[in-house]
Design a protein. Structure first.
Length: 540
C-alpha cells in the first residue's frame, strides 16, 4: 500500500512539472542560425549547440555577450561584416566548429582571444579584411585545419597565435597583409596538402618560420613580396606536388634555402625578380615535371644551379634577362637536352656578354660570377668593368686604364678614365643600361670642366646623381620603393641593400620622407664619400 502511494505521488509531481514548469529547456538549436541584433542573441542564449551554420553579421553589436552557453557549431561559423564588433567575448566556451571558421571584414575587431577554447576546426580557417586586427592570439589550440587563408589584414605584423597548427590539409594562402614582416606562428607546420601561396606581402622579409615544413602537395607560389631578400628557412622542403613559381620579388638576390628541393611535379617559373643574380639553391633539383621559364630577371647572370635538372615538360623559355648572355642561356639549354629535355625552346633578348661556365662554379666574392670567369674573383664586381680590356677587372687592376700585361710599367689611370668609370657606373645602376657614346662624352666633358675651373669633382658627381635619379628616363622606369632603395645602394655603396638597411629606408619613406630626401642621405653619406676618394685620389 505504501509503495502504491509513492508511485501515485511521483506521477502527480511529474504532471505538475509538465503543466506548470514546462518541458526541459532545449539544448541544441536545430539547423542554421543568423545573429544580426541583440534579440537574436537573447533567443539563442542557453543553447549549447547550433547543429547547422552560425552566421554573425551585425552593424549594431559591439560584443557577443549572452552566447556563453555555446560549445559547438555543427556547420560553419562565420563572423563577417560586423562594423562595431571589437571582440568575440561571448564565444569563449566554443570548442568545436565542424565546418569553416571565417573571420572577415570586421572593421573594429582587435582581438580573437575569446576563441582560445577551440580545438577543432573541421574545414578551413580564413581570416581576412580585418582592418585593425594586430594579432591572432586566441587560436593556439587549433592543431589542424583543412585550409588556411590570411589576407588583407592591414596592421597584422605576425601570425603569432597559430603555433598549435602542425598541418594544413588543403591550401595555405598568405596574401596582401601590408604590415606582415614574418610568418612567425607557422613554426610547427610540417605539411601543406594543397597550394602554398605567399603573395604580395610588401613588408615580409623572412620565411624562416617555415623551417619545419617538409612537403607541399599542390602548387607553390612566392610572389610580389617586395622586401623578401632570402628564402632561408625552406631547407626542409624536398618536393612540390604542383608547379613552383618565384615571381616579382624585388629584393630577392638568391634562392638559397631550396638546397634540398629535388622534385617539382609541375612547371618551374622564375620571372620578374629584378635583383636575382643567380639561381643558387636549385643545385639538387633533379626533376621538373612541367616546363621551365626564366624570364625578365634583369640582374640574372648565372644559370649553373639548374644543370642537374631533368625538365619533362615541352617548353623552355629563357628570355628578356638583361645581363644574361645568350651563350649562357644556350649552354643551359644544351645541358638540359643532355639531361633528357626534348621540347621546344624560346631563348630571346638576353643582352649580356660572355659565357658563364659551370665546370667549377665557385664564387668567392659572391657576386654571381664563378671564379673561373670572374675578372676579379676576390672582389665583388657584378658588372665586370674592364677599361683596358686586359681581363683584369677595374676593381682589382692596379693599372685599370693602361693595358696591362707582363713587363709593362705601372701607370696611373687618367682622370678622364676615372670619370668615365663612375659615369658608366651611374648609367648602369640608375638607368639600367650602358651609356650611349654621346651621353658619356657630354657628362665627361662637364666633369672635366668642373675640375679645370677649380671645382670639386665629388660635388659634381653628387649633382649628376640628383640629375640622373630625377631624369625622365629614370622616372619612366617606374621603380617602386624597394627597387628605388636598391638602386641607391647599388649606385652609392656598390652593393645590394642589407635587410636592416632596406627596412629602415622603406619605413622612412612610408612615414613621409620624399625620395629626394632619401637620395640626399645617400649622396652625402660617408660611405659614398669614401667610394669617390678611393676612385679619384686613391685614398679612403
Amino acid at each position: 500500500m505504501k509503495k502504491t502511494q509513492m508511485t501515485i505521488a511521483n506521477i502527480i509531481v511529474l504532471i505538475i512539472l509538465i503543466l506548470f514548469v514546462g518541458p526541459a529547456r532545449v539544448q541544441a538549436w536545430e539547423g542554421d542560425y543568423i545573429i544580426t541584433n541583440s534579440a537574436d542573441i537573447a533567443a539563442l542564449s542557453g543553447h549549447t549547440e547550433v547543429t547547422g551554420n552560425l552566421t554573425i553579421d551585425t552593424d549594431t553589436l559591439s560584443s557577443l555577450g549572452g552566447l556563453e552557453s555555446l560549445t559547438s557549431v555543427g556547420g560553419y561559423l562565420s563572423i563577417d561584416n560586423n562594423t562595431l564588433l571589437t571582440s568575440l567575448t561571448g564565444l569563449n566556451n566554443i570548442t568545436s566548429v565542424s565546418g569553416n571558421l571565417v573571420i572577415g571584414d570586421n572593421d573594429a575587431l582587435t582581438s580573437l582571444s575569446a576563441l582560445s577554447n577551440i580545438t577543432n576546426v573541421g574545414w578551413g580557417l580564413y581570416i581576412a579584411d580585418n582592418d585593425v586586427l594586430t594579432s591572432l592570439t586566441g587560436l593556439e589550440n587549433i592543431a589542424s585545419v583543412g585550409g588556411l587563408g590570411i589576407g588583407y589584414n592591414d596592421v597584422l605584423t605576425s601570425l603569432s597565435g597559430l603555433e598549435g597548427l602542425t598541418s594544413v590539409g588543403g591550401d595555405l594562402v598568405i596574401g596582401e597583409n601590408d604590415a606582415l614582416t614574418s610568418l612567425t606562428g607557422l613554426n610547427n607546420i610540417t605539411s601543406v596538402g594543397g597550394i602554398l601561396s605567399i603573395w604580395d606581402n610588401v613588408a615580409l622579409t623572412s620565411l624562416s618560420a617555415l623551417s619545419n615544413l617538409n612537403s607541399v602537395g599542390g602548387d607553390w607560389v612566392i610572389g610580389e613580396n617586395d622586401a623578401l631578400t632570402s628564402l632561408s628557412g625552406l631547407e626542409g622542403i624536398t618536393s612540390v606536388g604542383g608547379y613552383l613559381a618565384i615571381v616579382d620579388n624585388d629584393a630577392l638576390t638568391r634562392l638559397t634555402g631550396l638546397e634540398n628541393l629535388t622534385s617539382v611535379g609541375g612547371g618551374l617559373a622564375i620571372w620578374d625578380n629584378v635583383a636575382l643574380t643567380r639561381l643558387t639553391g636549385f643545385e639538387n633539383l633533379s626533376n621538373v615535371g612541367g616546363g621551365l621559364g626564366i624570364d625578365n630577371n634583369t640582374a640574372l647572370i648565372n644559370l649553373c644551379a639548374l644543370y642537374n635538372a631533368n625538365v619533362a615538360g615541352d617548353e623552355l623559355s629563357i628570355s628578356d634577362n638583361t645581363l644574361l648572355s645568350m651563350d649562357t642561356a644556350n649552354a643551359l639549354e644544351a645541358q638540359l637536352r643532355i639531361n633528357g629535355f626534348t621540347g621546344t625552346a624560346s631563348i630571346l633578348n638576353n643582352n649580356g656578354s660572355g659565357l658563364v661556365t659551370c665546370d667549377n662554379d665557385i664564387d668567392t666574392d659572391n657576386d654571381g660570377i664563378p671564379d673561373s670567369t670572374d675578372n676579379c674573383p676576390n672582389d665583388f664586381n657584378s658588372v665586370q668593368l674592364d677599361a683596358d680590356s686586359d681581363d683584369i677587372g677595374d676593381v682589382c687592376d692596379d693599372t685599370p686604364g693602361c693595358g696591362g700585361g707582363c713587363g709593362e710599367p705601372a701607370c696611373e689611370k687618367s682622370l678622364t678614365a676615372k670619370v668615365e668609370e663612375l659615369l658608366t657606373h651611374y648609367y648602369w645602376n640608375i638607368l639600367g643600361r650602358t651609356p650611349d657614346s654621346g651621353g658619356l662624352d657630354h657628362w665627361t666633358d662637364v666633369n672635366l670642366d668642373i675640375v679645370s675651373s677649380g671645382g670639386d669633382i665629388k660635388e659634381g658627381f653628387r649633382t649628376f646623381a640628383q640629375a640622373f635619379f630625377n631624369s625622365q628616363e629614370y622616372l619612366d622606369r617606374d621603380r617602386d620603393d624597394v627597387e628605388y632603395v636598391t638602386d641607391l645602394y647599388n649606385t652609392f655603396f656598390d652593393r645590394p641593400p642589407d635587410p636592416g638597411g632596406l627596412a629602415y629606408w622603406l619605413d622612412r619613406i612610408a612615414n613621409g620622407a620624399t625620395r629626394n630626401e632619401v637620395l640626399d642621405n645617400f649622396i652625402y653619406s660617408p660611405e659614398f664619400n669614401t667610394f669617390m676618394d678611393e676612385l679619384f685620389f686613391g685614398t679612403s
